[in-house]
Design a protein around this ligand. Sequence first.
Ligand SMILES: [Fe+2]
Length: 281
Amino acid sequence: MRPTDPRFTGIGLGLRAPLAEAIVHRAPPSLRWLEVSPENHVNRGGSFVRMLHEARAKFPLVTHGLTMCPGSTDPLDRAYLTDLAAFVRAVEAPWHSDHLCFGHRDGVFLHDLLPIPFTRDAAAHTAARVREAMAALPVPFALENLSWYAHPGEAELDEAAFIRAVLDASGAWLMLDVNNVYVNARNHGFDAREFIDALPLDRVVQMHVAGHLVAEHGFRIDTHGEPVCDDVYDLLHYALRRTGPVPVLLERDHNPPPWEALVDELDRLDAIWRDATGVTP
Ligand SMILES: [Fe+2]
């Protein structure tokens, strides 16, 4: 059974320093929970500690990591996993997620979320590392589908089959990023709804939506720095109809707009969530 938590229903927002004051003091009723990245808080002090403390006093928190890179070939960083488990426990997150990506090589962190080759070997390798990470975490773990711009080498599987293979072999859950599906569908020329239909939707614990940049020749770049586009709102509605009432997070990491504009996005997401699920959060 998919993990659920009654504190996490409807719409959430990523806790980011430029938004923190407004989140704590001017949140609309449509905002019900927050997502935090442990990497922004572990072993940091000052304003980061204060921000987390104030946010926690008002909202339930779920955690979303940036640096596990389960597709990498280096051994997992045990110190990172120990700190991560302690943080997840301290904020009482109901589950933890990170990206289905590659990102380290020979001890060097590449500071990017790079795609893993869609091969059976890579799926088995990644699933083994995910199982190892899951054993170190105190809560269920979910993997997020990436936006990616070029596939490394020859693919044996399509992306949905690759995701399914990793989830089946590891027992991890799925963090479905609807904007990433849309960006990939537009850049690589496939149907976003068919892609969503091909995923193991019973394994979705949470979704992400975000805005992306439309660059030259219509190429889409996942920036988290633009408003969510109409097509992504429509795709979210479609996905929620298929999954049922899974909590949805708005990611806004760059170019923070006036708070009123973000509130409009949260309210629109809330209306879509209620309409698609038939549930009042
Ligand atoms: Fe995301």
